[in-house]
Design a protein around this ligand. Structure first.
Ligand code: DON
Length: 618
C-alpha cells in the first residue's frame, strides 16, 4: 500500500468532495426522494390548512397521535386529546368531524368497525355495521326473470341499510369514553364546523364536481348544499366555503339527546319521510331495533425470521361480519410461511415479480374463501376455526406454483366499477395512557346512496350492495358471494373493512406491546392494502411512512386481474410471463397509521401522496 498516497490531505479532501457529489446526485436522481421533497409537500393544501402534515417521514408525538383523511378532523381529534380526552373520546369527535368535513365517506348515517386496545393490553372490537331493514328479502334486487337490478342496490332509497354510526358512537362513549369530557364537548366542534363552514380542498372540490349529476338526480336543489347553485358550467373550487346549516341542526339534536337525537324525534321523522319519498323500506321499528355489537377481535400471532432475528407479532383485526380480520390472518399465515421457509433461496424483495406472484396467489385463494364462507355470523355459521387453521391454509397454498399462475375461471368474472375511488375512511388514534383505536367507517359508495335527507343535511348509505344480491353476481367492487352473504331481514352485510392493531412481543419480557395501528378505505382492496403495509414494516423493514407511500398491488380472485399502481417494466414483463393479466389503476387504498417506537413515542403516518390525509401529534 502506498502510504504517501493515502495519507495525503489533498486526497482526503478530494475523497470527501467525491462522496458528497455522489450522494447529492444519487438523491437527485432517485424518484422517491424527488417525490418527497419537503418544500414541495402539498403547498396548495397547506395554504388552506397551515397545520397539515408536511413531515415527509411521519409526524412524531410523545403524548398522542391522530391520523385521519382530513386536516380538520385530525385537528379536532388532537384538541380532544390535549383537553384530557382519551383515544376513544377523540375517535367520537373525529367521526362526527368527518361527517361534516369529508362527506363522501364521513357520515352519521353509515356504519363501521373499530378495534380498541386498552392501556392494560386487553382489546375488543366494536361492530356498528348497518343491517338489512326488517322487510328486506333475498330477492329484493331481482326482476321477475331473476335478473339482478344492481342500480337499485347501488343508488337511491332502496339501497339504504339501517344507519348505525350514531348508535355506534353513543355505545363507544358510554362504555369506553373517559368521561373527562362530556358527550356535548365531543360533538360541539363538529357543530361549529357545520355552522361556520368547511373550506374545500382541491380534492374535495373535484370530488363534489364529479357527482353533481347524481346529486341532482336524487335531491332537491334547495336542500342539498353540495349542489352547485350557479349555472351548469359552474364548479366548486379549492377555497370555497360550504356551510351546512341543516346538518348543524341535526348534530345539535344528537348532542342534546344522544341516540334519540337521531333515531327518534325530528331527525327520525325527516329520515323516514325521505325514505318514503323513494322506494325505501326502512321503518321506525328498524331505527328502534338497531344495536351495535361488541365482538372478540381475530387474533393471529406470527413469528417472522428476519435479518437473522425472530420477531413475533400479534395482529388484532375485525371479525365477521367483516371479512377483513380472517382474510388478513390467512394472508399473513401464507406469506409468513414463504418468508420463514424460503426467503433466502427465493430472495423475496419488496415488489419484485416473485413477491408479487406469491401475494397474488395467496390473495386469489383467500378471496375465493371470502366469497363462499363469510357472512354475518348471526345468520350463517362462518367456519372461522377452519379458515384460521394453519394446516388448512398450508394445504390450500400448497398448490401455488412459482412458475405459473393458477387461473380463477370457475365463476363468471366480476365487473369492477370503482376500484380507484376512495369512498370509505379510516382513522387511527393513540393517547398518552396507551389506549389505541383503529376505526374504519363508510357510506359504501362515494356519498353513499347519493340521497341526502331533506331538512336534515346528511347523506344516506348504500350499504345494501355489500350483500350478494344474487349468487355469483358481482357487487360494485367486483366481489362475488352466495349463501353466506345473501340478503335476510336484520342481517349485517359482509364487509372488507379491516381496522387493525398490531402488537409486538417484547423478547425480554415476553409481553405483547402496542406496535402499530392502521387501516384504509378501498372496498375490496382494503384487505390487501392493510396486508402490504404490514409486510412493508415487518418483513421489508421500511419506516412507517415509506411503507405507506410504497406502490401497491391487488388481486381478489375474480376478476382474475392484478391491479397495480405502478411497477417497474421488468417486473410487469415477468408477471405477464407467469400468466398474470395486469391492469394499472390510479390508486389502491388511503392508509392512516401510527407506529409506536421502542421508547413509547408515536410516529403518525398519513397517506399524503394519495390524499389530503394528515397526522397530527403532540
Ligand atoms: O364494507 C365494505 O367492505 C365496503 N362497504 C367498503 C366500501 C369502501 O371501502 C369504499 N371505498 N373505497
Amino acid at each position: 500500500m502506498n502510504k504517501n498516497y493515502f495519507s495525503s490531505g489533498r486526497v482526503y479532501i478530494f475523497s470527501i468532495f467525491l462522496l458528497l457529489f455522489v450522494l447529492f446526485f444519487s438523491c437527485k436522481t432517485n424518484p422517491t426522494n424527488q417525490n418527497l421533497d419537503k418544500t414541495e409537500l402539498r403547498p396548495s393544501l397547506k395554504s388552506i390548512y397551515p397545520y397539515v402534515q408536511t413531515d415527509q417521514k411521519g409526524v412524531l408525538g410523545k403524548n398522542g397521535m391522530v391520523v385521519t383523511a382530513h386536516p380538520l378532523a385530525s385537528q379536532i381529534g388532537l384538541e380532544i386529546l390535549k383537553k384530557g380526552g382519551n383515544a376513544f373520546d377523540a375517535a367520537i369527535a373525529v367521526k362526527f368531524a368527518l361527517a361534516v368535513a369529508y362527506p363522501r365517506a364521513g357520515n352519521i348515517a353509515g356504519g363501521g368497525f373499530a378495534i380498541l386496545r386498552f392501556k392494560n393490553g386487553e382489546s375488543t372490537a366494536l361492530d356498528f355495521r348497518e343491517t338489512a331493514p326488517l322487510s328486506s328479502t333475498t330477492t329484493m334486487y331481482l326482476d321477475e326473470d331473476k335478473k339482478p337490478l344492481s342500480h337499485l342496490s347501488q343508488e337511491g332509497h332502496l339501497s339504504v341499510g339501517v344507519p348505525a354510526s350514531v348508535a355506534g358512537m353513543v355505545e363507544l362513549f358510554e362504555k369506553q369514553g373517559s368521561k373527562n369530557l362530556s358527550w356535548e364537548e365531543l360533538i360541539k366542534p363538529s357543530i361549529k364546523l357545520a355552522q361556520n363552514g368547511i373550506i374545500l380542498t382541491e380534492n374535495e372540490a373535484n370530488k363534489l364536481n364529479d357527482y353533481q349529476e347524481e346529486f341532482r338526480k336524487w335531491n332537491d336543489e334547495k336542500n342539498c348544499v353540495f349542489i352547485y347553485k350557479g349555472n351548469n358550467t359552474s364548479k366548486w373550487t379549492k377555497g370555497d366555503t360550504i356551510i351546512q346549516k341543516q346538518l348543524a341542526e341535526t348534530l345539535t339534536r344528537i348532542k342534546n339527546e344522544k341516540r334519540a337525537g337521531f333515531y327518534k324525534g325530528k331527525t327520525a321523522e325527516l329520515l323516514l319521510k325521505e325514505i318514503n319519498k323513494g322506494k325505501g323500506i326502512i321503518t321506525q321499528k328498524d331505527l328502534d331495533d338497531y344495536k351495535p355489537v361488541w365482538r372478540k377481535p381475530i387474533s393471529q400471532t406470527i413469528s417472522l425470521a428476519n435479518s437473522d432475528k425472530k420477531t413475533a407479532y400479534t395482529i388484532l383485526s375485525m371479525p365477521p361480519p367483516s371479512s377483513g380480520g380472517i382474510a388478513l390472518a390467512q394472508l399473513m399465515q401464507g406469506f409468513t410461511n414463504y418468508i420463514n421457509q424460503n426467503r433466502s433461496p427465493l430472495n423475496l424483495k419488496h415488489n419484485s415479480a416473485t413477491t408479487l406472484h406469491i401475494l397474488t396467489e395467496l390473495e386469489r385463494r383467500v378471496y375465493a374463501d371470502r366469497a363462499t364462507y363469510l357472512g354475518d355470523p348471526g345468520f350463517y355459521d362462518v367456519p372461522q376455526k377452519m379458515l384460521l387453521d394453519s394446516s388448512y391454509n398450508m394445504e390450500r397454498n400448497s398448490t401455488i406454483s412459482l412458475f405459473k399462475k393458477t387461473p380463477s375461471d370457475s365463476i363468471k368474472e366480476g365487473k369492477v366499477n370503482s376500484i380507484e375511488s376512495m369512498e370509505t375512511t379510516h382513522f387511527s388514534i393513540t393517547d398518552k395512557e396507551g389506549n389505541a383505536i383503529s376505526l374504519t367507517t363508510t357510506l359504501n359508495g362515494n356519498y353513499g346512496s347519493k340521497v341526502m335527507v331533506s331538512g336534515a343535511g346528511f347523506f344516506l348509505n348504500n350499504e345494501m350492495d355489500d350483500f350478494s344480491i344474487k349468487a355469483g353476481f358481482p357487487n360494485q367492487f367486483g366481489l362475488v358471494g352466495a349463501e353466506a352473504n345473501k340478503i335476510e331481514a336484520n342481517k349485517r352485510m359482509l364487509s372488507s373493512m379491516t381496522p387493525t392493531i398490531i402488537e409486538k412481543v417484547n423478547p425480554k419480557t415476553g409481553k405483547n406491546e402496542l406496535f402499530m395501528v392502521l387501516g384504509t378505505p378501498g372496498g375490496s382492496t382494503i384487505i390487501t392494502t392493510v396486508f402490504q403495509v404490514i409486510l412493508n414494516v415487518t418483513v421489508f423493514e421500511m419506516d412507517i411512512q415509506d411503507a405507506i407511500n410504497a406502490k401497491r398491488v391487488h388481486h381478489q380472485w375474480l376478476p382474475d386481474e392484478v391491479y397495480y399502481e405502478n411497477l417497474d417494466d421488468a417486473v410487469i414483463t415477468k408477471l405477464k410471463k407467469l400468466g398474470h393479466k395486469l391492469k394499472k389503476v390510479g390508486q389502491l387504498g388511503k392508509t392512516e397509521a401510527i407506529l409506536v417506537l421502542p421508547n413509547g413515542d408515536f410516529v403518525g403516518a398519513a397517506d399524503y401522496l394519495r390524499g389530503d390525509d394528515t397526522a397530527l401529534g403532540y
